[in-house]
Ligand binder design. Structure first.
Ligand SMILES: [Zn+2]
Length: 430
């Protein structure tokens, strides 16, 4: 069944037309950055590529990659491709591992952001009569602002509550009759936990019907938990400060992730060789912003692993489909020769009855040897039943079944793992 689309013309255009549009925009972009930005010009020259060399979409592979290191080197405004006085809004990433990444926007960039977010939220089912509790942290981060712009473009009411103060979140959610919750998936579970402690039933005592979640990687199993706890449909959003914020990729009613590829051109590359991989193969996602003015990114290496395909989706969109993010290549751990992603361990934990959604993975490094263990909280009920060693064993077996790797599991007393109001820290080093 074809769903109602926010922007049918662009979301459901024939794939050959989309490719024509992408090529036209790519040529314009490459010309523009070459003329306007000394860094890009130098980089293109070093790679012996000129704007006129871009004749087909495949020619994008001739262009050099943009990395996080490049962005840091040109902090804060070295990669801006317009006059600085054209910029009307600035965001930045947290910069926990160095200088933050700065995202400047012209008026057209802000409009584009609202448009792709409206498209994304509409695809999740958000409509004019919805009330969105925006519990992403307001501030330099893109998250809250992107969700606000998109929801307002649709005409929905936005409760600008920001993250934290969970008691107040619950009161406001109830009193204002919020129907959409926007935050990290882990924070939604924490709100549900606190609501339950207050004697409320998250699935029945609120009007929530949709969750629009992002900013952290979460497994399908975690999604099932979130949906069951709140009695909602939970949707994934994917985006990056380097590209625009949220609004790059989002889910349709079929829970498939569509790339807004008329604005963000996606590629998958082999992270080791940099070679472009065909659709269907898993590798590192690379994006080119086709229409952004202030801060265009050309072949930005995301370090996130996923695959792409061009299947026709039942929702009617022709935009390419991205798999769920398997993990950031930075998060990849090698333990006894086995490649491990935190999301795989999460998937195993969520399969075991009696294990709650609160856990962390403890990573220890001795010389070159990495070892892992998992600390998890059983559900309150399971904790009271005792014989926790049985639960630990069962969880270890489930991890072994998925990873073929023995990872010790320790059951902790409920409520000992710190809760997060933003991105949950799932891997800790000791
Ligand atoms: Zn779809």
């Amino acid at each position: 069944m074809t769903a109602e689309l926010w922007d049918k013309k662009n979301e459901a255009m024939p794939q050959n037309k989309l490719k024509e549009l992408q090529l036209k925009r790519l040529k314009e972009l490459v010309n523009r950055v070459y003329e306007k930005n000394a860094y890009y010009k130098k980089k293109f020259n070093e790679s012996h590529v000129k704007p006129t060399d871009i004749k087909t979409l495949k020619d994008i592979e001739k262009l050099p990659f943009l990395t996080k290191q490049d962005l840091r080197a040109y902090y804060p405004f070295g990669l801006v491709c317009t006059d600085l006085d054209e910029i009307i809004e600035v965001h930045a990433s947290s910069g926990t591992t160095g200088k933050p990444v700065v995202g400047p926007y012209t008026r057209n960039d802000v409009d584009l952001w609202g448009e792709v977010m409206a498209r994304s939220l509409y695809a999740n089912g958000v409509r004019k009569n919805d009330i969105m509790q925006n519990a992403y942290g307001y501030g330099l981060f893109t998250g809250a602002h992107g969700f606000e712009k998109g929801a307002q473009k649709i005409g929905a009411m936005v409760i600008t509550i920001s993250s934290g103060n969970t008691d107040r979140q619950i009161d406001v959610m109830k009193d204002f009759g919020a129907t959409v919750l926007a935050c990290t998936p882990s924070y939604s579970l924490h709100i549900a936990e606190v609501a339950t402690e207050k004697g409320l039933d998250p699935a029945h005592d609120f009007k929530l019907r949709i969750g629009t979640f992002g900013a952290e990687s979460w497994s399908e199993e975690m999604r099932n938990n979130v949906e069951a706890r709140w009695g909602i449909t939970a949707h994934e959003h994917y985006g990056l400060t380097e590209l625009i914020g949220p609004g790059v990729v989002s889910e349709c009613s079929e829970k498939r992730l569509h790339v807004n590829a008329d604005h963000f051109y996606p590629e998958v590359i082999d992270p080791n060789t940099g070679e472009t991989l065909p659709f269907g193969e898993e590798g590192e996602l690379v994006f080119t912003t086709l229409t952004k003015e202030a801060f265009p990114a050309i072949r930005f290496r995301t370090r996130d692993l996923a695959s792409l395909n061009e299947d026709v989706c039942d929702c009617g969109r022709t935009l390419p489909i991205q798999s769920r993010i398997k993990g950031r290549s930075d998060d990849m751990m090698k333990v006894k020769g086995v490649i491990v992603f935190p999301s795989q361990i999460e998937a195993a934990l969520m399969q075991v009855k009696g294990v709650s959604d609160n856990y962390h993975i403890v990573k220890t490094k001795q010389g070159d040897i990495t070892s892992l263990m998992v600390e998890m909280e059983p559900t309150e009920q399971r904790y009271r039943e005792g014989h926790l060693e049985d639960l630990e064993k069962q969880t270890e077996n489930e991890i072994y079944r998925i990873l073929n790797l023995h990872v010790p599991v320790k059951a902790l007393q409920p409520k000992t793992i710190p809760r997060s109001t933003g991105k949950a820290k799932r891997v800790i080093e000791r």
